[in-house]
Write a protein of this length. Structure first.
Length: 524
């Protein structure tokens, strides 16, 4: 039996062109559940339903939307055991501590934070100019297509992750595309979302989901006038195609794509604590088999005897660390191909580089190195993303060359600088920071980039190609919410026809509004 898709609050047999099965990457075995490849007719029905739901949601009070998000989070927590068991089978990610103790609490936590933001309404930045009688607020953009990645089946999932939470909190219906690597996990979560939506009385079609479609139908969907926006986390190749399709029709699309997350080790830091830094770096690079969008894929150091010893220590630690299981055969093939491209460009292989023999989907922990001058001669090729436990050391001959290397980096989610705690790098930290700051969304000192806290101050974004737009973040509430809002201005509109957030009386008494240039929670 092929599982149905979720359309208009009903599990409906798909109008399918074929089907597929997920597989267990730890064993290489295909799993039994079968899922459909939807034709355009399914997507067309979802878009029609979502357009109607979008109009109905505009009439729904924020309190009801918040109640849905909280109830959904409660249901996820209550079903953590079964959800994380299936997710582990489909992805080989550890049930504990990764899924049940880490990713699921993060998922439900951000759903609850989104509920609080929806209830407050301050995210929408209500602005009132009484002198000119002009008022504006961020309103819902319309139906949002949420496309999640392979590496986070919960926290970034299209059916419950950060984009989903932000889109719902801003009053938009969601059409989720389940990732083909973990469809059963997504189906189980969608069942809970549907039950919570029905129980809280949200409009039919607030939450819909399909599993796979023809890529051309996906591009058609992103450009469809019934869609308000798209949120995507995945590969650069797919993200750029989505952006091209959306840009042709002026459609908002928010993409998290490719990032190698440079780490700079200055000489003073290596002199002070080389062994600890080697262990810290290796742990970060191999964590989760390197399958994080913030995994450190490029390291920049200055050549010296101490640096040579440091690099050799890292290579030894990478060799001795167990190779993790990758998510899919496609990830394995792409990683081996990426390593090969970097080697072909002239990098020296210091550790790993090959697929692990046997049915398990894995690649040896890999470390490469290249001189600063060689990198500068071919910076594009040496920035090939190696999605996995692989990293390239760029060994500069001087501080000036280190800064030149940084200047040739593409945009990244993160950039880390380790420098002396005793002041030895005082003359270097300024130029390095100045070069790295415009290249990354999040700048770190003395800290690896792999942890992404769900904090209001977090930026999980960055210059292209890390994302499609450097102004937005996919993590951090309320900062992630305005992506799915549209600025609505009311000029001389009579108060009864204004949204509640723009009327003279503050609808909650807690909503922050900019009234005549001052932020206030009071009434006009």
């Amino acid at each position: 039996m092929t599982h149905p898709v979720l359309i208009a609050d009903q599990w409906t047999p798909a109008d399918a062109s074929g089907s597929f099965n997920a597989f267990n990457p730890a064993t290489g075995q295909e799993l039994t559940e079968k899922y459909p490849v939807s034709k355009w007719a399914d997507l067309d029905r979802m878009l029609d339903t979502a357009a109607t739901a979008s109009r109905e949601l505009r009439k729904v009070e924020a309190e009801k939307i918040a109640a849905f998000l909280e109830l959904f989070a409660d249901r996820l927590d209550a079903n953590a055991e079964s959800i994380c068991t299936v997710a582990s089978e489909e992805t080989a990610l550890p049930f504990t501590p990764r899924l049940k103790d880490g990713e699921l609490p993060r998922t439900t936590g951000q759903l609850r934070q989104a509920a609080a933001a929806a209830r407050s309404g301050s995210w929408s930045m209500p602005t009132i100019d009484t002198k000119n009688n002009i008022r504006s607020v961020l309103g819902p953009v319309g139906p949002v297509l949420c496309i999640g990645p392979n590496n986070f089946p919960l926290a970034f999932s299209g059916i419950c992750g950060g984009d989903f939470a932000a889109a719902i909190a801003t009053g938009n219906p969601v059409i989720a595309k389940a990732h083909s690597a973990h469809p059963t996990t997504s189906r189980m979560i969608a069942e809970l979302a549907l039950a919570a939506s029905r129980e809280t009385g949200l409009p039919s079609g607030t939450v819909q989901m399909f599993y796979r479609c023809d890529p051309n139908d996906g591009l058609r969907m992103v450009a469809d006038p019934r869609l308000g926006a798209c949120g995507f986390t995945g590969s650069r190749h797919a993200g750029v195609k989505l952006k091209e399709a959306a840009d042709r029709v002026g459609k908002p699309v928010y993409l998290e794509m490719s990032s190698i997350n440079p780490v700079v080790f200055l000489p003073g830091a290596i002199a002070e604590r080389a062994e600890a830094l080697a262990a810290e770096f290796t742990g970060s690079c191999t964590m989760g088999a390197g399958q994080f969008c913030t995994s450190p894929g490029l390291v920049i150091v200055i050549d010296s005897p101490a640096t040579k010893s440091f690099v050799a220590d890292v290579a030894g630690k990478m060799k001795s660390a167990a190779a993790g299981t990758l998510l899919t055969r496609g990830v394995q093939e792409s990683l081996v191909e990426g390593i090969g491209q970097v080697v072909a460009a002239g990098a020296q292989l210091l550790a790993g580089g090959k697929a692990v023999p046997g049915p398990r989907v894995a690649v040896e922990n890999t470390l490469l190195s290249v001189s600063g001058s060689a990198f500068l001669a071919n910076p594009v090729q040496f920035q090939t993303e190696m999605f996995g436990a692989a990293s390239l050391f760029v060994i500069a001959d001087s501080l000036d060359q280190m800064v030149q290397v940084i200047a040739h980096l593409e945009g990244n989610l993160t950039g880390s600088i380790y420098w002396s705690q005793q002041g030895a790098d005082g003359a270097s930290i300024g130029p390095v920071t100045a070069a790295l700051r415009p290249k990354v969304g999040r700048l770190l000192h003395d800290k690896m980039p792999t942890g992404v806290a769900v904090s209001p101050a977090m930026n999980h974004g960055g210059p292209f190609p890390a994302t499609g737009h450097p102004h937005f973040t996919s993590v951090g509430i309320p900062a992630s919410l305005p992506r799915f809002g549209v600025l609505e201005c009311y000029d001389n509109v009579r108060e009864p026809q204004l949204p509640a957030s723009l009327k003279n009386k503050n609808p909650t008494g807690k909503m922050w509004r900019l009234v005549d240039g001052d932020w206030t929670q009071g009434d006009v």
